[in-house]
Design a protein around this ligand. Sequence first.
Ligand SMILES: [Zn+2]
Length: 442
Amino acid sequence: MSLKAFRGAFLDFIDDPFYVSEAESVRYFADGLLVLEDGKVKALGAYDSLQESYADIPVITYPDMLIMPGLIDTHIHFPQTEMIASYGEQLLEWLSKYTFPTEGKFKDKAYAQEIASFFLDELLKHGTTTALVFAAVYPESVDAFFEEASRRHLRMIAGKVLMDRNAPAFLVDTPETAYTESKQLIQKWHKHDRLLYAITPRFAVTSSDKQLQLAGQLLAEFPDVYMHTHLSENVKEVALVAELFPDSDGYLDVYDRAGLVGDKSVFAHGVQLTDAEFQRLSKARSAIAFCPTSNLFLGSGLFKLKQAKSVEYPVKVGFGTDVGGGTSFSMLQTSSEAYKVTQLRGQKLSAFQALFLATLGGAKALSLEETLGNFDPGKEADFIVVNPRATPLMARRNPTPIADSLEALADQMFATMILGDDRAIHATYIMGELAHGQSGVV
Ligand SMILES: [Zn+2]
């Protein structure tokens, strides 16, 4: 049994601030103590109330810092790391011009390993401790990713991309190879260490109906694996799906008919969803990955967050960076762009709502809320140390290091998400062990 503790200010969520008040959903200790046992949370409370019970264990103190659960990215592509910020196209042309040629390189396992390693280091540097990740079509790319994630002892979800049409020949599989290769990868990696598998059709445009049907069959065989795909991102894409599947009753229905819409299904984007599709996702308990930097960068549109988080038909929502369609690995920058998307819709997104989506909300979207997402006892201790005064500008905007009320904290965290990026992530811990630290952190 190995006990240790961290002292500092702590912020996490115990409920959803879209549906209950901040007083009921936000947990905050200006001077708190987090006690860990074997990499899991044993206790969190005010320092004064816990300190006596744990007087003899080592304590790491972070004065003037805020400790939060690790950030969760519910949609990202590791093979697109090196093509981030590619100019001038919308979704379908952007895929042909930049994405497909880049993903073709990932048949080379050594190359995939090098990029996976860089990618995971970037995630940790930005405070992201769990992500739902597209690999490439090649099983080697999945092996490379999971090997690197396993080496870092990370809780990651990923899968081989399925695509059997409307893509270059070097990048397509078949319905049968997609099925058998995915099955082998599930048997090899799902629940190995902290890793989990997602059956990953790229999107309806690049999968034949037969491939989607077989993917649905595989999901039925392994009901505790995930299903991860794209949905209703861009107007031209939605029109193309209607052309390719003339018998379907809309985009989501294409997946639904294949048995791919369930409570472990995560759909990226959903920018163009109809009311009926929102209702269907709510009923199926599926999740949407809201990817604001990507939706703005590719000119896809403004996600209807308020509709997704409605009282009548609530849909689980997490944030996705969608690198390389997205423009940053940072969940703070993603929160900042999400705020601007809601502003363009005449709505608001509070700092607490955004940080909920980036932590416990993301965990719920990935059905991991029993495992991580806040500091409840028994949860895996993946967490970050945030410096709200990381740059001269942030220090000027946040003159008081530790907020003394929820109102002051809301203001401080709003400025931190609007101005912050990887510089604000002072340290990242995985299962209670330091995995990334800015210079000076030991
Ligand atoms: Zn994507």
